[in-house]
Design a protein around this ligand. Structure first.
Ligand code: GRF
Length: 221
């Protein structure tokens, strides 16, 4: 039995897409290294050259690729190339980790049920960018982070788990971002672990967790 399991582990392929510093990527690398996620990162792909996340991957011997969106005529052709490269690595799971691109519907549908995103807000609040400033502008009492399955609607897919933090009177967008990021680094590896261990999937009627339809978003503390 254990032989079968270790074979499975080695073969579960994750491709991580980034656009920047890759601190979420680092948290996933570290959790895999700690043997908590039975998978390997087959490749890290960035739509921007020379971002620090690429260095992080290289330091851990993970293959990297840069596919610059600026080199493509339109979203469709960029996404087609991205898809070809992800599929080259036979990805079982695609992880968007600070990947700042809007994806086309055919691309998203191709990875339906096997693509996750992390978003720094309590979705459905503050889809898109500048989430921390928007929470402050709203005098929000709570802010946080969500992990969700990706669907064609931007930041609109079914939410799996959220971590919520209290907004302090003297918070700035920077201080909020820093505190939220600390939770990002814990919640994302945890959700990925659930997916890899087959505790989590996307069914026709929503998220399935431990063989049951998920009624409420999981509150991560
Ligand atoms: C994170 O806040 C993520 O939620 C957002 O972009 C940021 C990326 O940070 N989408 P990093 O590149 O993982 O450090």
């Amino acid at each position: 039995m254990s032989v079968v399991k270790s074979k499975m582990s080695a073969s579960f392929s994750i491709v991580v897409l980034i656009s920047g510093s890759g601190s979420n990527l680092q948290s996933i690398i570290d959790t895999i290294a700690a043997k908590k996620i039975p998978a390997k990162i087959s490749a890290v792909i960035s739509n921007k050259a020379e971002v620090y996340g690429l260095e992080r991957a290289e330091q851990h011997g993970i293959p990297t690729e840069v596919i610059e969106h600026t080199q493509f005529e339109n979203r469709e052709s960029f996404d087609q190339q991205l898809q070809a490269r992800i599929d080259h690595y036979q990805a079982d799971l695609v992880v968007l980790a600070g990947f700042m691109r809007i994806l086309t519907a055919p691309f998203v549908q191709h990875y339906s049920g096997r693509m996750l995103n992390i978003h720094p807000s309590l979705l459905p609040k503050y889809k898109g960018i500048n989430t921390h400033q928007r929470a402050l502008d709203d005098n929000a009492k709570q802010h946080g982070v969500s992990v969700h399955f990706v669907t064609p609607e931007l930041d609109g897919g079914p939410v799996i788990a959220q971590a919520s933090i209290a907004v302090k009177a003297d918070d700035t967008a920077q201080s909020l971002a820093k505190r939220v990021l600390q939770y990002e680094h814990r919640i994302y590896p945890t959700v990925i672990q659930w997916f890899v261990e087959q505790r989590l999937s996307l069914g026709e009627n929503g998220i399935i967790f431990d063989n049951q339809g998920l009624k409420n978003i999981i509150a991560y503390t």
